[in-house]
Design a protein around this ligand. Structure first.
Ligand SMILES: [Zn+2]
Length: 472
């Protein structure tokens, strides 16, 4: 049955957030999305050119779940695990699947030379910078089927929701599927968005990068149909201002939303990691023959530095500062041999770049002091990467919050402690993220799960958010 507009005046007004409080008074059983779509569309949905709008305004969660399940079958490991590595045969098939769905949604599909995929819905002022949304579909070995996927398939469904409603965007809307958010194959995380954001260092590095089978990045990309011309890679760069906004829908990958029974996380900042590689060299020797006063033990230097990392992180007195020694290797690694070399890799993260860099400086000072005290050589202290954290844009935070309120969904402001393509999109566009709960916070393993209800809520909030942003 066709609903009549209860707030016909709103359809005549330019859409703005101040409208939200007035239109939250809904009757029981009424789907607030439907009302909003009517409002967004600028005219009643029973206009003759939207004959089927009423029946199709809500999220088609059954199709969306089916797509999530189907996409998970493009995997190199058996279900329920998912393994989808950049430019593998399964990755190429999955990409085809995404492009097909974009086409079915009526989007104009294009790809750049490393395989970032874009599906565009032209607005009625197509010369304006577009509003974009998206995520990734690559999956680390033996992981799950929701990480990233929800933000790509969910974005296409958000477009479908808006199209079915009769909504016409002023700015174009663009769905992006980023190439290789996971560092699995070439050791570079957020490869697609990092290059899109104009990393010249990455462009150079990619020309020399090989995987663990000694296959070069360029050969792998070519085998998947990309990077046809080597110089192509800089064509991936996008200028600042190419998008007026970027929003990413993602599972939380942590337990907070589920534990607190909250539907939507509104991300205010993304913590960024810095990775440090450290190597000590000592004398080594026989575990029995070399007496304690004569030792220069590279292993103990590493152990001492690992404890110093913890100490310096805690000294920041901020809960947002974290540090981890995830790799600690000793050479030669025999029980009866004093370690002659040690190798550590340290990950430290914060949402405050100065505070994080201060911790890194203290770690360096400790490494120098430990080396001197123990008579070992600090042969390497190298920053592997040092990405700046990103803050979400105020207007996008407001848009996500207002959409959640309008849909009567509990929401909370939160920090993303994992990082995402959004971290790099923030370099070229105002950025924001929407989190939905996931079972026990599990991610990167087959048990990863998000309920249909939570996914549908996330898609609705995303649809309202990009619709709102496309009107600015
Ligand atoms: Zn992800």
């Amino acid at each position: 049955m066709i609903k009549t507009l209860r707030f016909p005046l709103l359809t005549l007004l330019p859409f703005c957030f101040c409208c939200f409080p007035e239109i939250t008074a809904l009757k029981d059983g009424e789907d607030p999305t439907i009302k909003t779509m009517e409002d967004f569309s600028g005219y009643p949905i029973h206009e003759p050119h939207f004959p089927n709008a009423v029946s199709s305004l809500s999220v088609d969660i059954h199709s969306l779940q089916k797509q999530i399940d189907e996409l998970s079958t493009f995997s190199d490991t058996p279900a329920p695990s998912v393994t989808r590595i950049l430019y593998s045969d399964k990755d190429v098939l999955a990409r085809r699947y995404i492009k097909n769905l974009m086409g079915l949604a009526g989007l104009t599909v294009r790809e750049d030379s490393i395989g970032n995929i874009f599906g565009r819905w032209d607005g009625y002022e197509p010369e304006l910078a577009a509003v974009s949304t998206g995520s990734h579909i690559d999956a680390i070995p033996y992981s799950g089927k929701y990480d990233g996927i929800v933000g790509v398939l969910g974005a296409i469904e958000a477009i479908n929701v808006l199209k079915r409603s009769g909504f016409k965007p002023k700015r174009s809307l663009e769905v992006i599927m980023f190439t290789s958010e996971e560092p699995t194959r070439f050791g570079i995380s957020c490869l697609g968005s990092r290059l899109m954001a104009g990393s010249e260092a990455l462009e150079k590095a990619l020309k020399k990068t090989v995987d663990n089978q000694n296959i070069s990045f360029l050969d792998a990309a070519r085998s998947a149909g990309y990077a046809k011309v080597e110089e192509d890679l800089s064509s991936v760069f996008l200028k600042k201002g190419s998008y007026s906004a970027f929003v990413e829908l993602h599972i939380e990958q942590g337990p907070i939303l589920e534990e607190e029974g909250i539907s939507i996380g509104v991300v205010t900042a993304i913590a960024a990691p810095a990775s440090i590689k450290v190597e000590f060299e000592g004398n080594g020797g026989h575990a029995g023959a070399v007496l304690m006063p004569n030792r220069h033990d590279a292993g103990l230097a590493a152990a001492e530095l690992a404890l110093a990392v913890e100490k310096h992180v805690l000294e920041s007195q901020s809960i947002d500062t974290v540090g981890t020694v995830g790799i600690l290797e000793l050479h030669p690694g025999a029980i009866n041999s004093i370690p002659s070399k040690s190798h550590l890799e340290i990950d430290t993260r914060d949402i405050d770049e100065n505070r994080r860099n201060n911790v890194i400086e203290k770690i360096l000072q400790s490494a120098l002091a430990i080396a001197e005290k123990r008579g070992v050589k600090l042969s390497e202290f190298k920053m592997l990467n040092q990405d700046p954290p990103a803050l979400s844009d105020e207007s996008i935070i407001n848009a996500v919050e207002s959409a959640s309120q309008y849909l009567n969904l509990g929401h909370k402001l939160m920090i993303s402690r994992a990082y995402h393509d959004s971290l790099f999109m923030a370099r070229i566009s105002p950025m924001g993220m929407i989190f939905i709960p996931c079972y026990k916070g599990f991610s990167h393993k087959p048990e990863e799960f998000a309920s249909k209800e939570d996914i549908a809520n996330g898609v609705k909030v995303l649809a309202l958010t990009v619709a709102k942003l496309s009107r600015y």
